[in-house]
Design a protein around this ligand. Sequence first.
Ligand SMILES: NC(=O)c1ccc[n+]([C@@H]2O[C@H](COP(=O)([O-])OP(=O)(O)OC[C@H]3O[C@@H](n4cnc5c(N)ncnc54)[C@H](OP(=O)(O)O)[C@@H]3O)[C@@H](O)[C@H]2O)c1
Length: 224
Amino acid sequence: MQRLLPPPAGEITVADACRHSRVRLPSGRPWVAVCMVASIDGSTALDGASAGLSSDVDREMMLTLRRLADVIIVGAGTVRAEGYGPPKKHGQRIGVVSHSGNVDHTSELFAGGAGFLILPEDAPATPIESVRAGIGEIDLAAALLQLPGAPDVVQAEGGPSLNGALASADLVDEMNITTSPQVVGGDGARITKGSPATSRRFDLVQLCEDSGFLFSRYIRRRQD
Ligand SMILES: NC(=O)c1ccc[n+]([C@@H]2O[C@H](COP(=O)([O-])OP(=O)(O)OC[C@H]3O[C@@H](n4cnc5c(N)ncnc54)[C@H](OP(=O)(O)O)[C@@H]3O)[C@@H](O)[C@H]2O)c1
């Protein structure tokens, strides 16, 4: 892949493209890095899933970023749409964010012990290990402080509803966005969905290209 920014431009490996300082924030909460792929026209799904937007290099990028994270969080809708399994990195956990707790607890993700739920305190009882925060709505800031293993870095893998909730609470520190060179039409959601309109400023810190796919990394600008 080619790195276009920052200069000088040139060949770069996916591993090098993923290297970036990520630290637990002074507030004590983990660094939250969103990882998503979207089409040129802004859709995050093709035929109900992200696979048709992706490429081998995009998948490698996502898995490399994943390995650099301590914990993964993902919305229950994505787990149901994309059939999430356990991560390859030994001991890595995947927190599935849900109001309802309606997930298949016999799936490999949960039965194998990698998966846990992130729920509101008043969600129905479940046999699955759970982090609970907030009444009615999940208090994501509080939930991040209770994640198992006290992670320094959390990778948020969507979907758009979870991203919207994280962005709305200003909990997104980094966005790794792949732009897939396709116009797909349809009603696929944007990268964030369901949050009130607001502006949070990010700085572009890296841009790479492979086979027409653009790989951008943005970091939240905290002092405006
Ligand atoms: N392009 C990409 O990189 C990418 C990545 C991920 C997903 N996707 C696509 O996105 C689509 C799914 O979108 P989506 O917006 O439905 O995904 P989602 O955010 O994964 O799922 C929504 C569901 O997750 C739970 N949830 C999310 N945020 C929550 C919050 N703040 N509090 C409590 N529960 C929360 C709820 O689950 P319950 O219903 O259990 O209460 C909600 O119904 C799929 O087509 C998937 O393929 C694309």
